[in-house]
Design a protein around this ligand. Structure first.
Ligand code: ATP
Length: 246
């Protein structure tokens, strides 16, 4: 088996004559939390859509555990910006949904659902429906559902984009708690540099369109991270300077 969970080699994507991704190369280790940042409109969503196999790359390859990424074979989970809990299901049934689709046993589904509900502090809401929840709690349910399936790769596209700053910090801590507890491999797209430095083991900095990986920065700061520490500020400024979107 490959040493890497994910390998991306020479990934290119064009829409007609528009070149959006140009020769992207990177690896993700098993259990790593990687954030992707880049200038607005550089192609972050296209990048993610090719990784999830939602759109085919023009050229290049994406390997998971050393084999071409295939949604039928690999377990890929997504979380998008808009909370997308299923309105007709309770919180616990939303969390269990993906596991049922995967054909897990009842006992395993129950144990995993209980674990996620406990980890995310959702016990009081477990019988509620999405319309009874705040937007941030609904997003927690969606994130819990995505982690619950023990995905090969969990892809998150600005999942906190619409949250106020306090909620965002709170949800970022929740996502780190789940990730550490479950050992998932996460690729998290954000335009927010502070968020990337708070969450990531590594930050992939994309260039302007056509996007390639300009820098692959490892962050070795202890968690929970202190956004006011000199080391954090130094990293944040480094990433901001690398993006130069102003
Ligand atoms: N299906 C498509 N057909 C044609 N062009 C597309 C398509 N999808 C994206 N594009 C173009 O590709 C470029 C990158 O878009 P994309 O949404 O990937 O960027 P982004 O970095 O996610 O944007 P933002 O920073 O605003 O979230 C844009 O110029 C967009 O118009």
């Amino acid at each position: 088996m490959s040493d890497y969970k994910v390998e991306v080699r020479g990934l290119c994507k064009n829409f007609g004559s528009l070149e959006v991704l140009k020769n992207c190369n990177f690896n993700i280790n098993r259990g790593e939390f990687v954030c992707v940042v880049g200038p607005t409109g550089c192609g972050k969503t296209t990048f993610l859509n090719t990784l999830t196999c939602l759109i085919p790359p023009t050229s290049g390859e994406i390997l998971i555990d050393g084999e071409p990424a295939d949604p039928k074979k690999h377990n890929l989970s997504f979380v998008f910006q808009e909370p997308s809990a299923m309105p007709w299901l309770t919180v616990e049934d939303n969390i269990a949904f993906g596991m049922k689709l995967k054909g897990w046993t009842k006992d395993r589904i129950k144990a995993q659902t209980d674990k996620i509900i406990e980890l995310m502090g959702l016990s009081k809401s477990r019988k509620q429906y999405p319309h009874e929840l705040s937007v941030s709690t609904e997003q927690k349910v969606v994130i819990g559902r995505a982690f619950a399936m023990e995905p090969d790769l969990l892809l998150m596209d600005e999942p906190y984009g619409q949250m106020d700053i306090k909620t965002r910090f709170y949800l970022e801590d929740e996502v780190i708690r789940l990730w550490r507890e479950l050992g998932s491999t996460v690729l998290f797209i954000t335009h927010n540099v502070e968020e990337a430095c708070y969450l990531a083991d590594r930050v992939l900095i994309l260039t302007n369109k056509p996007a390639s990986v300009k820098e692959d920065l490892s962050l070795h700061m202890p968690r929970p991270r202190d956004i006011a520490s000199p080391e954090f500020i130094e990293n944040r400024i480094h990433v901001e300077n690398a993006i130069k979107w102003w």
